[in-house]
Ligand binder design. Structure first.
Ligand SMILES: [Fe+2]
Ligand SMILES: [Fe+2]
Length: 422
């Protein structure tokens, strides 16, 4: 579909209709019958499948609880009554989703004492680093929205909640769960619940896209920047949320799908929604997502950076050339070429790895391996120390103070780097 066609889809959604769809779609999480699920769980599913399901469902269980708790400032900040009413229905939905997952954990998997707190405590150790990071960001976002109810802040918050978390991270997982449980013909109660959850989430995402499309129609620059900033802030953690423990692919393959398929689907859905909001992806500057490469490759890059410890919590980093190239490509994409004079080159003169550089010319930044002849700025640093900075594990300030990062050449350019790579 063209951007115009995508936008026509958004124009067909209205807040009152989304509310009416909520009334029609009401369901009961407490009425779901888990009797057959208990039999399937213990007698028809393998140890590996139970281990995988427990891990994956835990990500959703804790996610649902977090989105329930974090939605109220959105209701306060939404400018239209119809938006507030819809968001109030969404908060009920999220609570219902949390109750559904809590019941499954307690009544089928036998975890927790039947209370929300007990269920969460019993499963908390299964959460991934990426999950904690992303939902930590969602908490921060709710606090910021409480303090600032402006439209740009609401757009940032909706971009994180509805577009990224619900749309790109959760929805592909819900679809995969529905598909494989259907195929295996197990857990009928869970299947019934997750089908309702998926339908609810479709409405929530449609609301978020609609609100962002409306904002874009009145202020495209503000809305684009709000989405860009948010993606920039959490983009590096997106690949980590559903990273299987120890990259053990059997967490996925035991149900007949792969991590890469999930990540690819997330990228596809995100692009579809960005177009529906109205963004012209070919003209976007400094977006952290490489829209000019296929979905598979986009998803692969997130994984490659994470596997190489160029993102994520761990060190040391891999010196793999492809992964290093992906890191520098990401860096040059987020660079603002207006902040550097044409002809400027910055070189990373790694003390223990091959050097790389980024050059600015004709309004764009390019990256490449190797040293250039006369870089304007030469950064002397160990590869792992640089990786810690890129991944946000260590601040540039500390690296500088401890002399692990040593700039040579144009020091004013060095000071401008914060603005170039903001
Ligand atoms: Fe939900
Ligand atoms: Fe939702």
């Amino acid at each position: 579909m063209s951007t115009t066609a995508h936008r026509a889809v958004t124009a067909g959604i209205d807040y009152a209709d989304l509310y009416a769809r909520w009334e029609r779609g009401n369901w009961s999480a407490t009425a779901i019958d888990f009797a057959q699920d208990r039999v399937d769980w213990h007698e028809r599913m393998t140890d590996e499948q139970r281990r995988s399901a427990l891990w994956f469902y835990t990500l959703f269980f804790h996610g649902e609880d977090a989105v329930t708790d974090g939605l109220s400032p959105y209701i306060d900040a939404a400018p239209l009554e119809e938006q507030k009413y819809f968001l109030a229905t969404q908060q009920v939905d999220e609570a219902r989703h949390s109750v559904f997952f809590k019941r499954f954990m307690a009544e089928v998997a036998g975890l927790g004492d039947g209370t929300m707190a007990g269920g969460m405590l019993a499963t908390e150790s299964l959460l991934t680093w990426g999950h904690r990071k992303i939902f930590g960001k969602l908490d921060e976002m709710a606090d910021r929205l409480r303090a600032d109810r402006s439209l740009p802040q609401l757009c940032r918050a909706i971009a994180l909640y509805h577009l990224i978390i619900e749309g790109a991270l959760a929805q592909p997982g819900q679809h995969f769960m529905e598909t494989y449980l259907e195929r295996m013909d197990v857990l009928p109660g869970f299947r019934e619940g997750i089908r309702h959850v998926s339908l609810d989430e479709q409405r929530h995402i449609a609301f978020g896209v609609k609100l962002l499309a409306d904002a874009y129609a009145t202020d495209p620059a503000m809305t684009t920047e709000a989405i860009r900033e948010t993606l920039q802030d959490v983009g590096a953690h997106m690949a980590a949320i559903a990273m299987p423990p120890g990259w053990d692919e059997t967490y996925y393959t035991t149900f007949g799908f792969t991590y890469d398929e999930l990540a690819r689907e997330g990228m596809r859905l995100l692009e579809m929604r960005l177009k529906a909001i109205g963004l012209d992806l070919e003209r976007l500057d400094r977006f952290p997502i490489p829209f000019d490469v296929p979905f598979d490759e986009r998803a692969r890059r997130g994984r490659v950076l994470l596997e190489a410890n160029l993102t994520g919590p761990d060190r040391p980093a891999s010196r793999d050339r492809y992964a290093t190239g992906v890191m520098f490509d990401a860096l040059r994409r987020q660079a603002d070429p207006r902040m550097a004079k044409p002809g400027t080159t910055i070189a990373w003169d790694f003390t223990d790895a091959e050097p790389w550089h980024i050059s600015f010319d004709a309004g764009r930044a390019t990256s490449g391996a190797g040293m250039t002849e006369h870089p304007d700025l030469r950064l002397s640093i160990g590869f792992d120390d640089w990786a810690d900075m890129f991944a946000g594990r260590e601040s540039p300030r500390r690296q500088l103070l401890t002399r692990r990062l040593r700039p040579h050449g144009d020091l004013r350019l060095f000071l401008r780097m914060r603005r170039i790579f903001a």
